[in-house]
Write a protein that binds this ligand. Structure first.
Ligand SMILES: [Zn+2]
Length: 314
């Protein structure tokens, strides 16, 4: 166990928690910076989020109404990306995965130019952080069309994973097969947003049909012993974002967060921020909130922290 991390939890010492190496494996890059960092950088006031955002639709309405107008446009998108790396430095994120939509990459012009910008921030803020770029598509996308043009994003080898976001059950899982087959050719880690609003059965189906090895959210797996056993047996990792789940109204509070049931049933989980700019809960706060609520023990939280750092020599 890491003394620094464990002491940070038990002593409520934020500096110790900030100093301990952690990961953030689910972070939507354009919403991945800290609200206060962005407000200071842009020299503006930014409103705090309300306690409840009423689902993904409510979140989008709030973001588009109150946050986006303050930091819209190409230059501000770059600043928000920069802020995600600034937060990785501040919070000792030793392993960081950011996801990027193709429309965002297209704004830069080419994947080469995009990589140059992103690696510039990576080098400037946290060169020791293992960084992985993830390509994300909206769930309403035409997967056949996107599969035809995925090469322009993946041929450089910069993207390490693929994801689908933006609402579940918009199309059957089979519809995404062309895209995931192409992703496999490029050896991308196959992930998807599923089981946040969808069912435990959806989680299992998505894994079986698309060959996923990681799931963003997947919290509703906790209602099915069979699905949890399936996930545990197949070493499928769930990247969980507690504050996101609570603020969107999918989970009542930290105390009753299903991460406890998932952990106790042997499912591999990590703890992540999702949309830091919206939910305003930094990674150390996610761990602390679960500890304070009595959801998980220090030992369990430290094991989750270490699971997020797997493959790294920390
Ligand atoms: Zn997400």
């Amino acid at each position: 166990m890491s003394n620094l991390f464990c002491e940070g939890l038990t002593e409520n010492d934020i500096n110790k928690l900030l100093s301990a190496p952690k990961s953030d494996l689910h972070n939507h890059s354009t919403k991945g910076c800290r609200r206060k960092w962005l407000a200071e950088r842009l020299r503006i006031e930014m409103p705090e989020p309300p306690q409840a955002l009423y689902g993904l639709d409510g979140m989008q309405v709030w973001f588009r109404s109150f946050i986006k107008p303050l930091c819209d446009g190409y230059e501000n998108m770059l600043i928000r990306w920069e802020g995600a790396f600034a937060e990785a430095k501040r919070n000792h994120i030793a392993r960081l995965v950011l996801n990027f939509g193709t429309a965002e990459i297209d704004q830069v012009g080419s994947v080469e130019a995009f990589k140059k910008i992103i690696e510039g921030y990576h080098e400037a803020y946290c060169p020791d952080t293992v960084f992985e770029a993830e390509l994300t598509y909206p769930s309403c996308c035409d997967a056949g069309y996107e599969a035809e043009r995925i090469d322009q994003y993946t041929s450089l080898g910069y993207f390490k994973a693929i994801d689908i976001c933006g609402g579940e059950n918009v199309q059957p899982f089979e519809a995404f097969l062309p895209l995931y087959r192409k992703a496999e050719e490029y050896h991308l880690v196959k992930k998807m947003h599923v089981g946040e609003t969808g069912s435990a059965e959806d989680v299992r189906k998505a894994v079986e049909i698309l060959g996923l090895s990681e799931i963003h959210h997947g919290i509703n797996s906790s209602v099915s012993k069979d699905t949890m056993r399936f996930l545990a047996d197949n070493h499928i990792q769930l990247n969980i974002c507690p504050s996101s789940n609570i603020m969107l109204g999918y989970v009542k509070d930290y105390k009753t967060h299903p991460i406890k049931i998932l952990v106790e049933n042997g499912v591999a989980v990590t703890i992540n921020t999702d949309d830091l700019l919206i939910f305003d809960s930094t990674i150390e706060n996610e761990y602390l909130a679960l500890y304070r609520a009595g959801t998980l023990s220090v030992k369990q939280l430290d094991e989750i922290r270490l699971a997020g750092l797997q493959s790294l020599q920390i």
